[in-house]
Design a protein around this ligand. Structure first.
Ligand SMILES: NC(=O)c1ccc[n+]([C@@H]2O[C@H](COP(=O)([O-])OP(=O)(O)OC[C@H]3O[C@@H](n4cnc5c(N)ncnc54)[C@H](O)[C@@H]3O)[C@@H](O)[C@H]2O)c1
Ligand SMILES: O=CCCC(=O)O
Length: 487
């Protein structure tokens, strides 16, 4: 276990050059950009600012390294992924502190993400040796069917700031397990975590060019040339629906294999027969995991009117117990939002709901002073037309509305362009299965407030994306299926 570094030592220890083709190099024009501490707004570090030329060089390296990596025995690929899982685990404290420093979330949230993010590498180290096809005589006796799986080829991964490690390993793990090479463009808010991950892959002996990392403050300029290059074979994007749509249009022109993990607007439905204490605990978990900055976050709470007052009172009490403060403070359980833009969005959505008639049961006012802090907030009686029921709040705000019948609850839950996660609390198994089937989402939590699991297929429908990550399904996004017709 590495010694525990303090924040300044840790920041200084993270490489800030580009990890490109197995080397650590400056950006083509020597440019750098600043990474800021959400708790103070102050600059934490400066990182190489990759340009389009760096991106093309990274793709050159990925193409050159591709055949040898694809031919590397699966067990060897597996052992390397497992070794990096171990390295992350050994440096869990460093990763947790680094994520809290650059993204803001409370340390317990970061520690939880380190375990979750590292696990994608262990999970896909095990999947690497289980890639299989099939063999069968053709039914008409006209020959034999041989089906095999091959790596899709060089990939581009574009990742968000809210789970800086896990959203990277959820792509890097299956890509490397499948025998693909991959270029990662992390969010400009949180490049340091992926920089540290790249260092561990480098230490583990990953062959040059298999992984390159391109931090950049010009995401579109850097990724544009790659999306137009026919040598690129896969785009895997996690981020907002707005950006995902733009990227899908570009990828469509090259008919790129594309995976999109996009925004969410999860309903949290509490039926009259629910275990109310369990529902409140589930609600707090679904709302405040990652400070509410999670695509799976419960955005809209639809509660049967017969239990709504009890539920809101209990939820308010539980959310009031969260301590707002810099994520590095030992007793903080709710950190700042990632940037000023995010804070302004949350303020706007709350003010819109209150203006439309919602009542504030907790919080509702942004904290003054430095940093982008917003308190845990509970709004009740939120009117149907309020923006907060239609837009992803991505902050610690619970918007509660009531219903009287299952049909009303289902109509409200599905009344959104998103379709990632949904949560239902009921003791009635028939109702749980009936409603789960009727919900227009890729994921349903039944009497659970946290659904994410490396062993499960993660993804959504409608405006929440295309494809699945994690589970046995996740590696298929990085494989092509080939049919060999035999006599
Ligand atoms: N479904 C999921 O698994 C999942 C997970 C995490 C976050 N998200 C979603 O991501 C959003 C928050 O993350 P965010 O603010 O980083 O999202 P974002 O879409 O602003 O940015 C995501 C990534 O895309 C890059 N990017 C932005 N514009 C680009 C462009 N024109 N071309 C190429 N790259 C571009 C960014 O630099 C970043 O690396 C939320 O909507 C959240 O729901 C979804
Ligand atoms: O923000 C997106 C959710 C990340 C996860 O829970 O896998």
């Amino acid at each position: 276990m590495m010694g525990h570094m303090d924040a300044a030592e840790l920041i200084r220890s993270v490489p800030t050059d580009l990890f490109l083709g197995g080397e650590w190099v400056a950006a083509e024009n020597g440019a750098t950009f600043g990474v800021h501490d959400p708790a103070t707004g102050e600059e934490l570090a400066r990182v190489a600012d990759a340009g389009p030329g760096d991106a093309v060089r990274a793709l050159d390296a990925a193409v050159a390294a591709g055949p040898a990596w694809a031919a590397t025995p699966p067990r060897e690929r597996a052992e390397l992924l497992r070794a990096v899982w171990q390295k992350i685990t050994d440096r869990a404290d460093d990763f947790a502190l680094l994520m809290t420093l650059e993204m803001g979330k409370a340390l317990p949230e970061s520690r939880s993400e380190v375990t979750y993010g590292a696990e994608f590498l262990r999970w896909f180290s095990e999947e690497a040796v289980r890639i299989s096809g099939r063999y069968t005589p053709a039914p008409a006796g006209t020959g034999r069917v041989l089906v095999t799986k091959q790596p899709v080829g060089p990939c581009l991964a574009i990742t968000p700031w809210n789970f800086p490690l896990a959203m990277g390993t959820r792509k890097i793990g299956p890509a490397l397990a499948a025998g693909c090479t991959i270029i990662v463009k992390p969010a400009s808010e949180t490049p340091l975590t992926i920089q540290l991950l790249a260092q561990l892959f480098d230490e583990a002996g990953l062959p040059a060019g298999v992984l390159s990392v391109l931090p950049s403050s010009h995401a579109s300029e850097v990724t544009g040339p790659l999306l137009e290059d026919p040598r690129l074979r896969k785009l895997t994007f996690t981020g907002s629906t707005e950006v995902g749509r733009t990227l899908a249009e570009k990828a469509g022109r090259s008919l790129l294999r594309t995976s999109l993990e996009l925004g969410g607007n999860a309903p949290f439905v509490v039926f009259e027969d629910a275990d109310l204490d369990a529902a409140v605990e589930g609600a707090v978990a679904a709302k405040l995991r990652n400070g509410g900055e999670a695509c799976t976050a419960a955005n809209r709470f639809h509660v049967h009117n017969s239990v709504r007052e009890q539920f809101v009172a209990k939820l308010t009490e539980r959310m009031a117990s969260y301590k707002l403060g810099p994520g590095t403070e030992p007793d903080a359980t709710l950190g700042p939002l990632v940037n000023e833009k995010q804070k302004k969005t949350v303020i706007e959505l709350v003010q819109d709901a209150v203006s439309a008639g919602a009542s504030v049961r907790l919080g509702g006012e942004a904290a003054d002073g430095p940093g982008w802090f917003y308190p845990a907030t509970v709004l009740d009686d939120v009117p149907h037309e309020a923006r907060i029921l239609k837009e992803e709040v991505f902050g610690p705000v619970a918007a509660v509305t009531g219903f009287d019948t299952e049909e009303e609850a289902l109509a409200a839950a599905n009344d959104t362009r998103y379709g990632l996660a949904a949560y239902i609390f009921t003791r009635d198994l028939d109702r749980a299965l009936r409603v789960s089937h009727a919900l227009e989402t890729g994921i349903v939590g039944v009497n659970r407030g946290v659904v994410s699991d490396v062993a499960a297929p993660f993804g959504g429908i409608k405006d929440s994306g295309l494809g699945r990550e994690g589970g046995t399904e996740g590696i298929e996004e990085f494989l092509e299926t080939k049919y060999i017709a035999l006599q």
